[in-house]
Design a protein around this ligand. Structure first.
Ligand code: FAD
Length: 311
């Protein structure tokens, strides 16, 4: 019952999502190999080798794998798949791009965004924007899974390092796509998906300027990441990569502060697993109060500047 975990990394560093997906993998079986596909990715491979429970790290390096495009990455994984019963990856942008292609090439059905491992062939995953949990038992000879990492603790780094083995990268799939540009918004704040505290703004902010003026100072005081509802993103108050929810990022910070967000199910799908939820809203009947641990019925334009002063 060998398991191949396709790692999320940026060549230099291994993302925490990989350590969380490793916890899920180890609940499926003990023989877990981590695949680092990249270029100049030895540092990521070394970090992976340190994680407790890893059997070995496979390091595949080539120009085509530098950005882990789906075509070249999937060809690599399919080439290795004969030795594994299960292939999995964290449900990050890369994992969600690569694994469906792996599943299609292997002619099996992917099980997406698992939140719990029941047994080696049975998993739980949310459906209907998180309003129901589906228990899926797979009879596929090879299982292809993505892991919603918010539900799993990160595997810790141990004292002993697992062996790192070089594997042939090949060129298959490389001609099908090429990397042009990575446009990242630069920010000193923590990354939204892994932030411990998130302050999120909704449609009520009214403009990009007000969003920045009212949300950012509180986020700065708390050392928090900034999130947004889709309404705020669609209106141009906040950039696309701030969106939390069903079609945005799924987050589970220690503290989530929802400001002027009504609490539509599609938004809740992305944040209701947060440990403590604080909601600030003028409407005492807003659905966000049903999931909030602390609710403040008030005007965010009064409450947030006061909160900043108090902090
Ligand atoms: P509104 O629903 O308009 O709520 C604004 C809130 O602000 C209200 O509750 C109001 O009482 C309050 N308010 C107004 N003024 C103030 C004030 N001065 N102070 C305090 N409170 C005030 N949404 C997401 O967020 N993420 C998603 O990923 C997402 N995916 C979707 C996918 C699909 C397929 C669909 C159909 C919808 C999706 N949506 C998503 C949209 C979702 O349904 C809601 O439309 C959206 O979340 C509403 O955003 P909002 O809460 O900011 O705005």
């Amino acid at each position: 019952m060998a398991i191949l975990l396709f790692a999320d990394h940026d060549n230099g560093t291994l993302s925490e999502q990989t350590a969380k997906a490793l916890t899920a993998a180890l609940q499926i079986g003990p023989e877990v190999d981590i695949l680092i596909a990249g270029k100049g990715a030895a540092p990521a491979a070394e970090a992976a080798a340190q994680l407790t429970g890893v059997r070995s790290v496979l390091l595949a390096e080539s120009d085509a794998l530098e950005h882990r495009l789906a075509e070249a990455s999937a060809a690599l994984i399919v080439g290795l798949a004969a030795g594994y019963d299960t292939v999995l990856a964290p449900a990050t942008t890369t994992g969600k791009n690569v694994l469906p292609r792996v599943a299609a090439l292997l002619d099996v059905m992917q099980i997406s965004e698992i939140t719990e491992v029941v047994s080696a062939d049975t998993f739980k995953r949310p459906i209907y924007a998180g309003n129901a949990i589906e228990v899926v038992q797979s009879t596929e000879a090879k299982k292809v899974l993505t892991v919603r990492t918010a539900g799993f603790a990160a595997a810790a780094a141990g004292a002993a390092a697992a062996p790192i083995k070089a594997v042939e990268a090949g060129t298959e799939g490389a001609e099908l796509s090429s990397f042009l540009e990575n446009m990242l918004s630069s920010s000193d704040r923590p990354e939204l998906s892994s932030a411990k505290i998130i302050v999120s703004g909704g449609r009520a902010l009214g403009s990009e300027e007000k969003f920045r003026e009212v949300i950012n100072p509180v986020a700065d005081k708390l050392g928090a990441a900034v999130g947004a509802s889709r309404a705020a993103v669609d209106a141009g108050y906040a950039p696309n990569d701030f969106q939390v929810g069903q079609t945005g990022k799924v987050v589970a910070p220690d503290l989530y502060v929802a400001c002027g967000i009504s609490g539509a199910i599609q938004h809740l799908a992305g944040m209701k697993d947060s440990k403590i939820i604080v909601a600030i809203n003028t409407d005492e009947d807003a659905p966000i109060f049903q999931v909030a641990d602390y609710g403040l019925v008030g005007d965010l334009f009064d409450v947030l500047p006061e909160l900043e002063r108090q902090l």
